[in-house]
Design a protein around this ligand. Structure first.
Ligand code: LLP
Length: 412
């Protein structure tokens, strides 16, 4: 269901132009509340790193994760601090490597680091003795909504291989680093039938490692319903399984253990919409094409993973719309693969939609996660604007990039 009415969307599109990202603050706050049982909800901002949304989350008690220097600076701008807040660092840096600039920044600002390689420990230890670190463990298996979002197993580059845990601990001891906890993120859009196995692996790892810790993190990966009729994740069940694992770990260690969750898409996916305008229609043999003023430079998920997004049509003139089978494509990009109705592997499909004409709007749902944050300037298309609907505080939270800004860095 769209969190913002068609009337508001049409008004915003007229006022701010298209393509336009529109987010609903109330939906984000509702998703945060659903995870309140966890000691810490740490937002994986790669899903959406707009500073205004980060600040909204901070005000709602959420902590944040960053995966780059840019994301670190965004978090700091949004008011997060590396210091401990309510039992956990306000900001954690997670990665599988350090580039030199980021290593210097996290060492200077004392930002907790979730290390996905032993080399990160070897590089951090000498420059920042006593630094607080997590170990991101690859348990040897993973799951995801696509092969591209599976982050576990031996074909994934992510995390410290579970058999390397003793070596990682030896490096921690050698450099006097401070181990905060173990972290496991096995993929995005995970299949919950395996959750008990995942929790069991975490318990076994802690029991066997012979080293104390303060916290465990479940990682993210909570799936969201992209298609009508798909069931949302049962967050109570998810918490109960992890809480049971935490209790076993506490019994083993003899003290309380902090339980973190690190969702990205769950907090923002269904809060976000992408509004585009129909700029052309074409009949190509038996195929009807609807061409929009957006493409995979904005919403990359269909081209990248064959991801499905619900679409709806708003008539610009209020006329009643008949249904029609259409292939919905990005208009501006010179790429045959710029098709919003495709399956994984690039198989082009049609969708039964209200018949859209030039001037109508097409709205993509479930676009709040990995939408704007994955968008690019391909074909020298400027970044689209972002708007937040939040009662009387509704406002533009990112203005549209200009073409002059787009070419400025090359004017040496
Ligand atoms: N924690 C870590 C260490 C991660 O690598 C990720 C996602 C998350 C948390 C958050 O996962 P989420 O809760 O959002 O599923 N671009 C893809 C998703 C890539 C996710 C990468 N890592 C997509 O559009 O589906």
């Amino acid at each position: 269901m769209k969190p913002v009415t068609d009337q508001t969307l049409a008004q915003l599109a007229q006022e701010h132009g298209t393509p336009l990202w529109v987010y609903d603050a109330a939906t984000i706050r509702a998703r945060i509340a659903q995870l309140a049982q966890f000691d810490t909800v740490r937002f994986a901002q790669k899903a959406n790193s707009n500073i205004h949304l980060l600040a909204l989350m901070r005000e709602a008690g959420v902590h944040v994760d960053a995966v780059s220097l840019g994301e670190i600076e965004r978090a700091l701008q949004a008011g997060f601090t590396p210091a401990q807040t309510n039992g956990a660092a306000g900001l954690v840096f997670t990665c599988d490597l350090f580039d030199r600039a980021t290593l210097a920044r996290v060492a200077a600002a004392k930002i907790e680091v979730n290390c996905g390689s032993v080399d990160m420990l070897r590089q951090l230890g000498p420059v920042s003795p006593g630094h607080r670190v997590w170990l991101r463990i690859n348990p040897g298996y993973g799951h995801g909504h696509s092969n591209k979002t599976n982050t576990g197993g031996e074909n994934s580059k992510h995390g410290i291989w579970h058999e390397e845990l003793p070596e990682a601990l030896a490096v921690i001891r050698a450099h006097g680093l401070h181990l905060v906890g173990l972290h496991m993120h096995i993929g995005s859009g995970v299949d919950y039938s395996h959750l008990e196995t995942v929790c069991g692996t975490m318990v076994d790892l802690v029991k066997n490692m012979g080293h104390d810790l303060e916290a465990i993190s479940t990682g993210g990966g909570l799936s969201v319903p992209y298609r009508e009729g798909e069931q949302p994740v049962d967050t109570d069940h998810y918490f109960q399984l992890w809480d049971a694992a935490r209790k076993q770990i506490e019994a083993h260690l003899g003290h309380p253990v902090h339980l973190e969750i690190e969702p990205g898409r769950f907090l923002v996916a269904d809060a976000g919409l992408l509004v585009a305008e129909v700029r052309a229609t074409k009949q190509m043999g038996g195929n009807h094409f609807t061409l929009l003023d957006t493409g995979f430079n904005e919403l990359m998920r269909p081209a990248m993973y064959g991801s499905y997004h619900e679409m709806s049509v708003i008539a610009h003139d209020g006329r009643a719309l008949d249904a029609q089978r259409a292939t919905v494509v990005g208009g501006p990009l010179c790429e045959s693969g710029d098709v919003f109705t495709q399956r994984d592997g690039g198989v082009v499909e049609t969708r039964l939609l209200p018949a859209a004409q030039v001037g109508d709007y097409v709205v993509f749902e479930g676009a709040g996660a990995y939408g704007a944050s994955m968008s690019s300037n391909y074909n020298s298309r400027p970044h689209a604007a972002e708007y937040l609907v939040d009662g009387e505080h509704s406002r533009l939270i990112r203005r549209r990039q200009t073409v002059a800004e787009l070419i400025a860095l090359e004017q040496l």
